[in-house]
Design a protein around this ligand. Structure first.
Ligand code: SF4
Ligand code: SF4
Length: 118
């Protein structure tokens, strides 16, 4: 899986507008804190590849079920303080993330099978 392509697209499209980034897209998270988009990139990409829906709720619920469940911040009742306090980039930007991940996946598929895109 070309995770680097997904990460590059996320950095290009999200980091410069992220609450934890500067206008140049440099991450300003404190030392010792890792961006959830980076920590859970593989799980995020796989999870989103398995959802086909017009409803954003379906994507959110899949991310909660398959990604948040792996995160130390989620409590046993599935609540999350970071989510509530808007401190999690995954939760803050999920509509954009869904769009970015799907675009990168389609671009890679077209690059692999160019004739099928026509
Ligand atoms: S928290 Fe994540 S999305 Fe935000 S600037 Fe840092 S790396 Fe980018
Ligand atoms: S919303 Fe909470 S549990 Fe889910 S990835 Fe973010 S910090 Fe972790």
């Amino acid at each position: 899986m070309e995770l680097q392509q997904y990460w590059q697209a996320i950095q290009e499209k999200i980091c410069h507008r992220c609450l934890d980034g500067d206008p140049n897209g440099v991450c300003r998270l404190p030392a010792g804190e890792e961006c959830t988009l980076n920590s859970f990139l593989p799980q995020m990409v796989v999870t989103l590849a398995n959802v086909q829906s017009n409803s954003m709720d379906a994507y959110v619920s899949a991310l909660r079920r398959h990604v948040c469940i792996l995160c130390d911040h989620q409590r046993a009742d599935m609540a999350c303080r970071k989510r509530d306090d808007l401190e999690c980039a995954l939760d803050r930007y999920y509509p954009l993330i869904v769009e970015i991940v799907e675009t990168v996946r389609e671009t890679m598929a077209n690059d692999e099978h160019p004739s099928q895109s026509h």
